[in-house]
Design a protein around this ligand. Sequence first.
Ligand SMILES: Nc1ncnc2c1ncn2[C@@H]1O[C@H](COP(=O)(O)OP(=O)(O)O)[C@@H](O)[C@H]1O
Ligand SMILES: [Mg+2]
Length: 298
Amino acid sequence: MGGFIIGTMTSTAEASLQGQLIRPYGSQQRQKRKLLVSIRRIVFNQKGGVGKTSITCNLAAISAALGHRTLVVDLDVHGNTTEYLTQGLDTSAFPEEARGVAAMFGNSVGAKRQRVSADTFVWEVPYDNLYLMPSSPQLATLERELEVKHKIFKLREALAELEGVYDRVYIDTPPSFNFYTKSALVAANRLLVPFDCDSFARSMIDSLMENVEELKEDLNPDLLFEGIIINQFNSRAKLPQAMVEGMRADGLRVLSSYLSSSVKMRESHASHRPLVDLAPSHKLTQEFVALYQELEQM
Ligand SMILES: Nc1ncnc2c1ncn2[C@@H]1O[C@H](COP(=O)(O)OP(=O)(O)O)[C@@H](O)[C@H]1O
Ligand SMILES: [Mg+2]
């Protein structure tokens, strides 16, 4: 049996989502498609609040809106991506097998270990072509055991199994260089680093790049650093401009499509509607589209 569907709903639907959830979605998901080169992007910065979740979800939603089958993987125990894309489902109340990422990893340890197809852990969300492997609170309790038992390749194996099923994979990460982040760096082939033009964030970029480089050499030489995404950019302030120029001068690759700051982003999170759905012609949405296109052309 396949994964789970969150029933078709509109953003204003007030029906209990729990009641609608968990409907096996059948085998059509496994239909192999080889139209696009498979891209698995990890969005990572060990600083919180820089826009990892916002960028993951909004790039993924644009990809899906353009007709690409797009999978989002939420590796942050706080589940902001899961909440954003599912209207705030309480995943802790779900049966074990419906717990997405935690179920996928949990399946590889202990007596109940079994071979289950990776699409079992994927949910449909109420947007065409968009799919989610959700986070749940159990990620926190599992982490130590997964680390001790060297389960670092499990996500890579799951995504390899889904190759051809999804054209694009976007992986959201926690604000720390922990087991789940490392799993994602091993599983991905592209890396994006959001940056919020804060001097504390700047001081963390060098150690981030060093950590990534080391992991890359040992475990995933194919990982391509696509660049730093400038988020919440204020073009009228001098400091952000100087910081971006400084990063370029230091040889860091900075993407040329900047994202500005807008209250629309908060509205988008609060209404659980990605920008491309909530406000397709808004300036910030258009900046996301430009960023998406810049990345697709690389
Ligand atoms: N471009 C933006 N404009 C305005 N607010 C933003 C923007 N990007 C992110 N935010 C806000 O900043 C906060 C942190 O963003 P989030 O994507 O959750 O970061 P992270 O996942 O790195 O912790 C959220 O409240 C989000 O709404
Ligand atoms: Mg986040």
